[in-house]
Design a protein around this ligand. Structure first.
Ligand SMILES: *[C@@H]1O[C@H](CO)[C@@H](O)[C@H](O)[C@H]1NC(C)=O
Ligand SMILES: *[C@@H]1O[C@H](CO)[C@@H](O)[C@H](O)[C@H]1NC(C)=O
Ligand SMILES: *[C@@H]1O[C@H](CO)[C@@H](O)[C@H](O)[C@H]1NC(C)=O
Ligand SMILES: *[C@@H]1O[C@H](CO)[C@@H](O)[C@H](O)[C@H]1NC(C)=O
Ligand SMILES: *[C@@H]1O[C@H](CO)[C@@H](O)[C@H](O)[C@H]1NC(C)=O
Ligand SMILES: *[C@@H]1O[C@H](CO)[C@@H](O)[C@H](O)[C@H]1NC(C)=O
Ligand SMILES: *[C@@H]1O[C@H](CO)[C@@H](O)[C@H](O)[C@H]1NC(C)=O
Ligand SMILES: *[C@@H]1O[C@H](CO)[C@@H](O)[C@H](O)[C@H]1NC(C)=O
Ligand SMILES: *[C@@H]1O[C@H](CO)[C@@H](O)[C@H](O)[C@H]1NC(C)=O
Ligand SMILES: *[C@@H]1O[C@H](CO)[C@@H](O)[C@H](O)[C@H]1NC(C)=O
Ligand SMILES: *[C@@H]1O[C@H](CO)[C@@H](O)[C@H](O)[C@H]1NC(C)=O
Ligand SMILES: *[C@@H]1O[C@H](CO)[C@@H](O)[C@H](O)[C@H]1NC(C)=O
Length: 789
């Protein structure tokens, strides 16, 4: 059966083949050179998803009727070949160069690969060559361009590399546009480009061109567009460029240009677009910029070293739509007439030293005249003011309003809620007081709300939960109190929720685990209590989970182990207890795990050895016991990860571990840490200082290592012993300040101490006599010796 089938297949393809040859033979008698060239192209196409060639480019019909072909009215020769956007794969055959009357060759928006055959660059009738957006590669430097009619060459968005041919303009006397952007060209821009005297547009952006911009470009007096952004160009901007009489667009953004911008650049009446973003340029703006750049629509000087004032004359540049000065050293007042720029759509003056002439930010009121404004970014300027109520009269078109780190005080005006098209509102890092206006519920398009690091208080209004499109809610570092609203679970678009460092109380609402798409969840440093719900496992895509520094209690939910994307898990400083769930071995993306300062007990599951990406582990100050696993990431961990768990054994890299199977390891040579132990018996921490100053019996034991580290066994070596007075320790720990408290274990507290000679030591204060305390003393010393810094 199968055999018959395959036989019939063979027969069929034979017949097919025969028919094809017959067809070719029949046409061969009067086939033209044009047809031959085009059939060569057809033969070089390996993938033709729309069946353009198979169905339409058939030898039995005239090439002039083929899709993509236009023939001359009289000559019947092909003058246009345009097969743009057919998603074709394959290569360009050299025979295409034989289309002897071709004027337009448009192969753009396909997936053609390989280099361009040299014959193409010798087509004397060609006026337009468009190979944009393919996957062509190779170098052009070996080609001789010899195309007397050529007006435009577009090789953008390919994978060409190598240097630009030095003689590229030798035989392109009429070239008007040269587009080579988004390739991988390197080397210098050839100064010989000045021989393309008719050039109107030079587009070389997104390559890796280096060296200086050749000043000869200033001789190409017909240039309208010079687009050189996103290269590695160095040196100064040649002032000759400022003399180009017709220049409309000049973009030199994202290069390594340096120096003062030639005055001529800021004095081009024809210029509509000037972008110098992301260079190291300096100087100031001309005081009558309105006269020197009267037609400017797009002015981007961001991320440079410009300084001086924003000249108020800018407000006369009435065509300005995009104005960006961010990341410079501009100072002085923001012009109060800035609202005269009626066409302004985008204003970014962030990260300068700009101020307002009035505490009510009059310039902001002025901006209410800009009816087309969409983006307003003022962040990082010392504005020192309050938000005026006129802010509610800003255009409804406003989508982004960013005013973080501007020293704004006072309350958030309710009228901000008029700006119903806002997508992003960021007022973080100011001195705002009061609460979140309930009217914020009207900002129904809001995707990002940032109010972090202010002095906002009271509870978060439930109305926030109406903002169904909210993607980022960033409220950390305020004084918000009360419970986290139980309706927060309605914000199902949330990807990032930062509520840390506030005063939230009560348990986390059970609905919060409905936030199934959340990536970043941070409620750390609050006073949240209660146990963690098993539903925490619903946060299936979460990357970072920070619940540390609260009063959470109960067991660690085993469901956390199902969070496959989790990279960072912080549960430190709570009252969690119970064992580390075995399920944690399922946290296959985990990089950081901090469970320190809880009451977690039991053994460390050896299954955690599977966490291949784990880089930081902190289990210190718990009640863990038993042997520490050694495999996987544990091999690289230091004893610091396990500090303050007196019942643990088999500490990493420890030569006198109490675990039976533990073999002595090679000694660490680079110990810089000096360790000492204070035992105060039997005392409460609070009473300690007083009691000890009364010189009650207390004992100083040191496990001290000489700073040179020459001795291999500092603990037992007599000359290593150094005694410390209690006063020395008081000073060194800044009177046992909380700041210096590393943690409290079940046997005592450990402090960082800085001795007068600059050496850092760890000091352990035992609260009570405990058999194990002394027994584990030597281990403790070893543990601490391994703490770097
Ligand atoms: C070939 O020539 C014949 C007569 O000269 C003409 O009828 C026919 O259309 C031509 N075929 C093609 C494909 O040009
Ligand atoms: C090829 O397409 C053109 C334009 O759609 C059409 O006029 C012509 O008849 C087609 N030829 C064949 C062989 O399908
Ligand atoms: C080629 O065809 C596409 C699609 O029909 C068209 O957009 C493009 O302008 C044409 N190219 C030329 C150079 O006319
Ligand atoms: C077409 O061009 C190729 C390579 O460029 C050449 O080898 C061939 O002889 C030419 N064919 C005709 C018919 O001119
Ligand atoms: C350019 O083309 C002309 C005309 O075909 C020819 O005479 C000349 O030799 C070519 N130049 C180069 C450098 O190939
Ligand atoms: C760009 O060129 C520089 C040297 O000029 C080189 O170090 C760098 O790797 C190149 N980058 C790319 C993406 O080719
Ligand atoms: C470029 O222009 C300068 C004058 O601005 C002139 O001295 C120089 O000869 C010109 N160079 C070319 C190659 O035309
Ligand atoms: C600016 O250009 C105008 C001509 O467009 C010229 O008269 C004026 O002197 C130039 N200003 C400076 C400072 O170069
Ligand atoms: C705006 O232009 C007018 C006319 O040139 C001038 O009188 C006025 O001073 C300019 N305004 C500013 C702020 O420079
Ligand atoms: C806002 O605009 C309204 C209507 O134009 C006006 O009555 C009100 O005074 C303006 N408010 C402020 C603070 O400018
Ligand atoms: C939250 O969603 C629930 C169920 O869809 C709804 O009943 C409740 O009113 C919503 N709460 C708020 C504050 O939007
Ligand atoms: C331990 O660190 C070394 C060197 O930094 C690294 O090559 C190795 O992959 C690490 N091993 C584990 C299990 O992380």
């Amino acid at each position: 059966m199968e055999r018959t089938h395959s036989l019939s297949m063979t027969t069929r393809s034979l017949v097919h083949c025969l028919l094809l040859s017959l067809a070719i033979a029949a046409a061969a008698s009067n086939i033209t050179t044009d047809q031959q060239s085009l059939l060569a192209l057809k033969a070089h196409i390996s993938y033709d998803p729309t069946n353009l060639f198979a169905k339409n480019w058939t030898s039995s019909t005239s090439v002039c009727s083929w899709i993509g072909i236009t023939c001359g009215v009289n000559s019947h020769k092909v003058i246009v070949l345009n097969i743009s956007g057919f998603n074709l794969q394959g290569t360009i055959p050299p025979q295409l160069g034989n289309l002897s009357s071709l004027e337009t060759l448009d192969l753009s928006h396909n997936k053609l690969s390989g280099n361009i055959p040299s014959s193409i660059f010798n087509m004397h009738t060609l006026k337009l060559l468009d190979f944009r957006d393919n996957q062509l590669f190779g170098s052009l430097s070996s080609f001789i361009f010899n195309m007397s009619s050529m007006l435009g060459i577009d090789l953008s968005i390919n994978r060409f590399s190598g240097e630009l041919p030095a003689n590229i303009c030798k035989n392109l006397p009429n070239l008007k546009k040269l587009l080579l952007g988004r390739n991988m060209f390197h080397g210098k821009i050839p100064s010989t480009l000045s021989k393309c005297k008719q050039l109107e547009g030079l587009y070389l952006r997104f390559n890796n061109l280096s060296g200086a911009i050749p000043k000869e470009i200033g001789n190409l007096t017909k240039l309208k567009d010079i687009i050189l952004n996103d290269n590695e160009l160095r040196g100064e901007i040649p002032q000759e460029m400022g003399n180009l009489p017709y220049l409309v667009r000049l973009t030199l953004a994202t290069n390594n240009l340096v120096g003062v911008v030639p005055f001529t650049i800021f004095n081009m009446s024809t210029l509509k677009k000037l972008s110098l973003l992301e260079n190291t340029l300096w100087g100031s703006l001309p005081s009558r910029i309105d006269l020197s750049l009267p037609n400017v629509e797009f002015l981007n000087l961001g991320t440079n070293r410009f300084s001086g004032n924003i000249p108020s004359s800018i407000t006369n540049a009435s065509k300005l739509t995009v104005f960006q000065l961010r990341g410079n050293s501009f100072s002085g007042f923001i012009p109060n007439t800035i609202g005269n720029l009626r066409n302004l759509e985008f204003l970014n003056i962030a990260d300068n030293y700009l101020t307002s002439s009035t505490p009510e930010l009059s310039f902001l009121s002025s901006l209410t005249n800009c009816q087309k404004i969409r983006v307003l970014i003022l962040a990082g300027n010392p504005l020192d003011g309050i938000l005026p109520s006129s802010i509610g009269n800003l255009s409804i078109s406003l989508e982004r309003f960013q005013m973080f780190n501007c020293r704004i005080s006072g309350k958030i005006p309710q009228v901000i809620s008029n700006l119903s098209n806002l997508l992003l509102l960021d007022l973080g890092g100011n001195k705002l007081t009061g609460s979140i206006p309930v009217t914020f519920s009207r900002l129904l398009n809001l995707q990002g709300l940032g109010l972090a690091f202010n002095k906002l208080a009271r509870s978060i209004p439930d109305e926030i939960c109406h903002l169904a499109k909210l993607d980022k809610l960033i409220l950390h570092g305020n004084k918000f109190s009360g419970a986290i609203p139980s309706c927060s679970g309605n914000l199902t678009s949330l990807r990032a929720l930062y509520l840390g460092s506030n005063r939230f109380t009560s348990a986390l609402p059970s609905t919060i685990w409905n936030l199934k798409d959340i990536l970043f969840f941070d409620v750390s440093s609050n006073s949240l209590d209660g146990p963690l719900s098993l539903d925490i496992g619903n946060l299936k895509v979460v990357i970072e989970l920070n619940l540390s520094r609260n009063n959470l209690s109960g067991d660690i939910p085993i469901t956390i182990g199902g969070l496959k994307n989790l990279q960072k898990l912080f549960l430190a400083n709570n009252r969690l207890e119970g064992p580390i769930p075995e399920s944690f071995s399922g946290l296959s993306s985990l990089e950081i795990l901090d469970l320190s300062k809880n009451k977690i007990y039991g053994v460390i599951p050896t299954s955690l050895e599977k966490l291949l990406y784990l880089k930081k582990l902190n289990l210190s100050f718990n009640k863990l016991e038993g042997e520490i696993p050694r495999g996987g990431p544990f091999a690289n961990l230091t004893a610091k990860s396990f500090l303050g768990n007196e019942l643990l054994c088999g500490l990493p890299d420890l030569h006198n571990s109490p675990c039976k199977l533990n073999k002595p390891k090679t000694h660490h040579k680079s110990r810089k840490m000096m360790l000492l132990l204070v035992i105060a018996l039997p005392l409460s921490t609070a009473a300690l200082i007083i009691v000890v100053t009364l010189t009650l019996k207390w004992k100083l034991i040191r496990c001290w290592k000489s700073r040179t580290g020459s001795s291999n066994d500092g603990i037992n070596s007599p000359q290593a012993i150094r005694r410390f007075s209690y006063h020395e320790l008081l000073q060194a720990t800044d009177r046992f300040r909380k700041n210096n408290l590393l943690g409290i274990g079940s046997f005592g507290s450990v402090y960082v101490a800085r001795l007068q000679d600059g050496m850092e030591v760890a000091v352990k204060v035992f609260h009570q006599r405990y058999e194990r305390a002394l027994k584990s003393f030597q281990d403790e010393c070893e543990v601490m010796k391994r703490i770097r810094h």
